[in-house]
Design a protein around this ligand. Structure first.
Ligand code: ATP
Length: 241
């Protein structure tokens, strides 16, 4: 392992009954990188992120996060990560502000973290309202803010901007990019939005049928595949599968 490696996924396999969700997946993420997982429905992205987040155990292979094994050193890993699941709930009977305050307390972070959370959410006055009154996109923004404001060494985010309108997705991407670079937070995220991935990610892995099909910096992939955008690359690699 080089000192630079934040995440090493080595020959990872995850089997559910007779479904092979992840089938010998390997990739590395450097410290401070924003790394994207893209791929068709059912490719194994969420399963991989859940293994990184110590929610699921691998069937075979290994994952280390900043040198710690997700199975043998789960506790140490959990101290370094913050995980945004695909569908995250919030506490309905708290206001957005109370929710962020509560989470700041749970993670034992300082007041600046709460201020960062408020800014990242972009929810403004709506933070005074109960979370139960929020739209889907507003809840998502609150959850993304919660995930990042605690300044984890590694943020694991499953489709962070899903359900957001264009204006708020753009706001959040800009805020996220600026924030993680400022605090040197490594990010592994999944997305179906190729524009987002091109903008946000330093490198991207295209996962197909549980394996890495291609990996590289967005620009490098565009050149390699003589494509105008990542959507074209995606379609060329995955085809009509
Ligand atoms: P999407 O883009 O649709 O979110 P994904 O790439 O995140 O897809 P996964 O959710 O990781 O894909 O699923 C990979 C495969 O594993 C799918 O065939 C899925 O049905 C299967 N799978 C995932 N979780 C389970 C589970 N708990 N039990 C059984 N099969 C599962």
């Amino acid at each position: 392992m080089s000192r630079e490696d934040a995440v090493i996924v080595d020959n990872l396999r995850k089997v559910f009954g007779d479904v092979v969700a992840v089938d010998g997946l390997s990739f590395e993420v450097k410290s401070g990188e924003v790394f994207g997982l893209v791929g068709p429905n059912g490719a194994g992205k969420t399963t991989t992120l859940r293994i990184l987040a110590t929610i699921l155990r691998p069937t075979e292979g290994s994952v280390t996060i900043f040198g710690r094994d997700v199975v043998r050193e789960t506790k140490d890993v959990r101290k370094m990560i913050s995980y945004l699941p695909e569908e995250a709930g919030a506490y309905k009977y708290l206001t957005g502000y109370e929710y962020l305050t509560f989470m700041a307390h749970v993670y034992g972070v300082d007041k600046t973290a709460l201020e960062d959370g408020i800014r990242l959410s972009g929810l403004g006055e709506a933070l005074r309202r109960y979370v139960s009154t929020y739209s889907k996109g507003m809840k998502r923004r609150l959850q993304v803010a919660r995930t990042l404001m605690v300044k984890p060494k590694l943020a694991i985010m499953d489709e962070p901007t899903s359900g957001l309108d264009v204006v708020h997705a753009v706001y959040l991407r800009n805020a996220l990019r600026e924030y993680v670079k400022k605090y040197n937070i490594t990010v592994v995220l999944s997305s179906h939005n190729m524009l987002e991935v091109e903008y946000l990610c330093d490198r991207v892995a295209l996962i197909n049928r549980g394996k890495v099909a291609i990996i590289g910096a967005p620009n490098q992939l565009l050149q390699e595949f003589r494509a105008k955008n990542l959507e074209e690359v995606f379609v060329k690699v995955v085809g009509d599968a």
